[in-house]
Structure formats: structure tokens, C-alpha cells
Design a protein around this ligand. Structure first.
Ligand code: GLV
Length: 328
């Protein structure tokens, strides 16, 4: 039996790659940086499947270049880089990798929260740069309490709920806003459903866990950031464009907001000249929330399982557009 041709846009962890290699005729882009658009379009000409990352923009032009393409298997839970409507219109299935990265992503959101509140990164710099000249002083790098502070979760999906559970472990009252109330979640961690404005007004830490859509783009703009307490912190490991970065910079610079911890940016990679990086009350990371070794392996395995199922004639376990499969 001839194996279907697949293009993989970057080297993915072996756990998934080995499975894919057994079932497909693989071409994998070997470089660390993504394939240039012209090369991508050229490589897709004969393939029936592709594996994508969140940094690959998969639009109508890309799909047009791949007339035999049947499935796009994304190695990420978010998929705002893929034009799903267009894929569905063309009968191309799209899959993602939810669940396996929930804990790793929630852990990292909490790591960011703790780092910015307790000034962990500043403290590290302080020691390394030789600023620690006096053994101990009560005014050295004081931060904010985490235990007992109110945690506001915007978007109570899998990751938002997992962050709330961590907050509960720290004895934090939890507020959340989401499409609709979630009674089970409320029971589990005593979270209180509220509207966005109230959440912003009352929370000491606001953590973003919404997907990027037309509705959530620039959700936190100047007006909404102005509702937050001047002592509050913003945590974002969802998608950068959910926050207006210029407005955030102004709020942080002028003391309208105590700090921010960001794993995601309006444009990635964010340039070293991003003014947010000048601020000491900002902690940053290069979009690595799901980057634990074990999680990345599980994500790659899930990509392989989605692909295998599809080519065995089954509905892939993590299919985002069932309409495309129905029309098979
Ligand atoms: C990471 O941002 C993901 O969507 O998996």
C-alpha cells in the first residue's frame, strides 16, 4: 500500500515522529526557522497531510497550493493561525492537541504569576549583577502576597480551570468570566461567575485563558485595563493580540497597573526593542507555556494519532471541524 505523503513544517518530538514515519512518506522541514512561504507552497503540491505549528499561517493561499490536502494536524491547542472556515469549505479536516498540555500550561501561568508578584526575575538579576551588597534589609525587593489574593480567570476552559485549581491551593478566592456559568467548576474550587468588568475591578491577579477570535482580539484595551486595581497584575499565556500592548505599556509605565507577566505577544517573536521589555515590573517568556519535555512528546503523539485515525477512515479524536469529515 502506498503511504500518504505528508509535509511537517518543523522537526517535532520523536515520540510522534516515529509513528508518523511508519505510516507516511514524510518530508520534514529541517531548519529551526519556518519554511519561507514560496518553499512551503512548493512542498505542499503533492501532499495529502501536513503537520503545522502555531507560527505557520495556513490561509487560503496555502490550501490552494495543496490540491490533494485532506488534513492539517496542528501541534498546539490554539489554532488561530489556521483559516478553519476555508479548510472546512475545501473539505480539509483540522485537528489540534488539547488536554495533554493543560497542566503544563496552567503550571506556567502560575509560574508567571508568582514570578511577577514576588519579583523572582528582578531578584535573580539583582544578585547576578552584584547589586546585593548588604546581607539583609527589610526593604529589599518586597513583592505582593499571592495567598489570599483574588484571582480573576478570563476564559474558564480547560486551562483557565486548571489555573483556578492552582489558585485554590494558594487559598485565593476565584472570580471567573466565561461564555456561560460552569456549576461543576464552581463546586470544585468555589469560583464565582461574574462579568468581565466586575472581574477586572475586583481581582488582584487577572489571568487570560481565551482563544484568539474576532471577539477576543484586543479584549483588554485602554478602557478595560483602566478598570483594574493599580495594585493588580496581568498574566497572559493565551495569545498576545488579546491585549492591546501599547495600552498595557502605558498602564504599567504610569503605575496604573502593578505588573504583567507575558508568555505571548502581539507579534512573535517580539523584538528586543518592545518597550514592555524596558520595564522591571514585566516578566516575559518566549511562548513556552506547554514546553515541558513530557508534554511536548504527548502533543507530538497526539498529532500522530489524529493523522493515523484519519487515514484509517476514522474520525480523528481531536477534530476541530467535523463538517469537513462528514463530507468525506
Ligand atoms: C500554545 O500556545 C498552544 O496553543 O498550544
Amino acid at each position: 500500500m502506498t503511504r500518504p505523503e505528508i509535509f511537517i513544517t518543523r522537526e517535532i518530538p520523536q515520540a510522534g515522529l516515529q509513528i508518523i514515519n511508519r505510516h507516511f512518506k514524510v518530508e520534514m522541514w529541517p531548519e529551526y526557522a519556518p519554511p519561507p512561504k514560496n518553499i512551503l507552497l512548493e512542498r505542499l503540491a503533492g501532499v495529502e497531510a501536513m503537520v503545522t505549528l502555531l507560527s505557520d499561517k495556513i490561509d487560503a493561499e496555502v490550501m490552494q497550493a495543496a490540491p490533494r490536502l485532506k488534513i492539517i494536524a496542528q501541534l498546539a491547542v490554539g489554532y488561530d493561525n489556521i483559516d478553519i472556515k476555508e479548510a472546512t469549505r475545501r473539505g480539509i479536516c483540522v485537528t489540534n492537541t488539547p488536554d495533554v498540555l493543560t497542566d503544563a500550561s496552567a503550571d506556567f501561568a502560575f509560574a508567571l504569576l508568582m514570578a511577577v508578584a514576588r519579583r523572582v526575575v528582578e531578584a535573580d538579576r539583582y544578585v547576578r549583577e552584584g547589586s546585593w551588597q548588604v546581607a539583609w534589609h527589610p526593604s529589599m525587593l518586597p513583592g505582593r502576597d499571592i495567598s489570599g489574593a483574588t484571582l480573576g480567570i478570563i476564559g474558564a476552559g480547560r486551562i483557565g480551570q486548571a489555573v483556578a485549581m492552582r489558585g485554590r491551593g494558594f487559598n485565593m478566592p476565584i472570580l471567573y468570566c466565561s461564555g456561560s456559568p460552569k456549576p461543576e467548576f464552581e463546586k470544585k474550587c468555589g469560583a464565582e461567575y461574574t462579568d468581565l468588568e466586575t472581574l477586572l475591578r475586583k481581582s488582584d491577579f487577572v489571568s487570560l485563558h481565551v482563544p484568539l477570535t474576532d471577539k477576543t482580539r484586543q479584549l483588554l484595551n485602554t478602557e478595560r485595563l483602566a478598570l483594574m486595581k493599580p495594585t493588580a497584575y496581568l498574566i497572559n499565556n493565551s495569545r498576545g493580540p488579546v491585549v492591546d500592548e501599547n495600552a498595557l505599556y502605558e498602564a504599567l509605565k504610569t503605575g496604573r497597573l502593578a505588573g504583567a507577566a507575558l508568555d505571548v505577544f502581539a507579534v512573535e517573536p517580539t523584538p528586543a526593542t518592545n518597550p514592555l521589555l524596558e520595564l522591571n515590573n514585566v516578566v516575559v517568556a518566549p511562548h513556552i507555556s506547554s514546553a515541558s519535555l513530557a508534554t511536548r512528546e504527548k502533543m507530538a503523539e497526539m498529532v500522530a494519532e489524529n493523522l493515523k485515525a484519519f487515514f484509517a477512515g476514522q474520525k480523528p479524536p481531536h477534530l476541530l471541524n467535523p463538517e469537513a469529515f462528514k463530507n468525506k
